[in-house]
Design a protein around this ligand. Structure first.
Ligand code: HEM
Length: 406
């Protein structure tokens, strides 16, 4: 039995990367909210939903609500080139009402119709990557390196108009920058992440400039060249580019990789999908629930407040363990069981909830479904063929390497 503060351990103990689920149960046993000296945490689906949706909780930045002059001065002091995906004006770091304006302008580009229109292109990308592997003739490959990490990059590159020659660099910088999502980062990792963010910011400035001069049909070109009076400024545009880049591929790669491993471990579920391919979208919901690619997020109470009978004080940070809420037995029967036919699988909080609900949820669902279905339809006997290697991250849950034989 482990001792000590379970919240601190869930934030920082790398030995929990592979399996944080017993620790989540310790937190659950303590009641709807576990309060510790450092911060509070919850794995309750009801509490998580309430915290994420309540206007009394925020992401803590709040700079979006400052008057423009103060913002300008602040952003200079804070060195705008060093601003990462968790700093304002990134959507993730801004509270309503400023968040609402920003989100409205961007979400026009993420409608269900525009996502559905990408179906054929995503299928082409998936087939193309598998053709490339088949031409190489190898019967064993790393499915994360060759497929899961490449597909989302190409999709996001299309969305942001990133030329092909830049995609390899963008992948490396994006990977490094994503470390900034981790709650506790060593100094060396921090320096690497910060360097990557600076490169990306400078690169995005130039890229947006190029798109203004010679726009394509991509989302970023449309946002950069709109003549709407209410449009994103340069800072907001590059922050959006940075966020969509990180949010878009650092998470989806994990959805695909986690899906391959779970389906390999549960061959009966794969058999069921073969008999009933219409279950594929639900299988993706179940991967998102059972192995949530984003395991946690953070909110602060902006006032004294009571949540599900638990009093919290103004300023109290609350870690919302999405991965733990997604295994709450009050909502999911036998939550530890991986069941692609689970009726309420999509009640998960893997895409968060409330104002910051994932903007790319529809796209991620479509990518996950196409990627996994295309892979297993082409290679029904695909098997994990060696030791897998997990990513060394606590917020993001996924694999660095998954060797497979086809
Ligand atoms: C926000 C998860 C894919 C763009 C979020 C949040 C989560 C999440 C948990 C909210 C964090 C919070 O509440 O603090 C995921 C997962 C994905 C995925 C699990 C894949 C499996 C994508 C994709 C895109 C995207 C493909 C874009 C193309 C965004 C953006 C936000 C966001 C822009 C910020 C929304 C806001 O603050 O208003 N995502 N995401 N995500 N996601 Fe995703």
């Amino acid at each position: 039995m482990r001792r000590g503060d379970p919240i601190a351990r869930l934030l920082a103990d790398a030995s929990l990367n592979a399996d944080p689920f017993d620790e989540y149960e310790r937190v659950r046993a303590a009641g709807p909210v576990k309060r510790t000296k450092l911060m509070s945490g919850t794995v309750s689906h009801a509490v998580a939903s309430e915290v994420l949706r309540s206007p009394t909780f925020g992401v803590g930045g709040g700079h979006g609500e400052l008057p423009p002059f103060t913002r300008r001065v602040l952003s200079k002091v804070m060195d705008p080139d060093a601003m990462g995906p968790m700093d304002p004006p990134s959507l993730l770091a801004v509270d309503p009402p400023a968040h609402g304006r920003y989100r409205r302008l961007v979400s026009r580009e993420f409608t269900a119709r525009s996502v559905t229109a990408l179906e054929q292109r995503i299928t082409e990308i998936a087939e193309g990557l598998l053709d490339e592997m088949a031409r190489g003739g190898a019967s064993q490959w790393d499915v994360v390196e060759a497929y899961a990490s490449r597909l989302p990059v190409v999709v996001i590159a299309d969305l942001l108009g990133v030329p092909e020659r830049w995609q390899a660099d963008i992948l490396v910088w994006g990977n490094d920058a994503a470390m900034l999502l981790e709650p506790l980062l060593g100094w060396r990792n921090y320096r690497t992440a910060e360097k990557a963010v600076r490169r990306l910011n400078v690169w995005f400035d130039q890229h947006i400039e190029n798109l203004r001069r010679d726009p394509g049909t991509d989302l970023l070109s449309r946002l950069a060249t709109t003549s709407d009076e209410e449009r994103l400024d340069q800072h907001e545009l590059r922050a959006l580019g940075l966020l969509v880049l990180g949010a878009g591929f650092e998470t989806t790669v994990n959805l695909i990789g986690n899906g391959v491993v779970q389906l390999d471990r549960h061959r009966d579920q794969l058999e069921l999908l073969r008999e009933k391919p219409e279950l594929w979208p639900n299988a993706v919901e179940e991967v998102l629930r059972h192995d949530s690619p984003v395991q946690m997020t953070l909110r602060s109470a902006y006032d004294d407040v009571e949540v599900q009978g638990q009093a919290l004080t103004k300023g109290e940070p609350v870690v919302v363990f999405l991965g733990g809420a997604n295994r709450d037995p009050a909502v999911f029967t036998d939550p530890q069981v991986f069941d692609v036919a689970r009726e309420n699988a999509s009640d998960h909080l893997a895409f968060s909830s409330g104002a910051h609900y994932c903007l790319g949820a529809g796209l991620a669902r479509l990518e996950g479904t196409i990627a996994l279905r295309t892979l297993f339809e082409r290679y029904p006997d695909l098997q994990v063929s060696g030791p897998t290697e997990r990513r060394a991250t606590r917020v993001l849950r996924g694999y660095e390497h998954v060797p497979v034989a086809v």
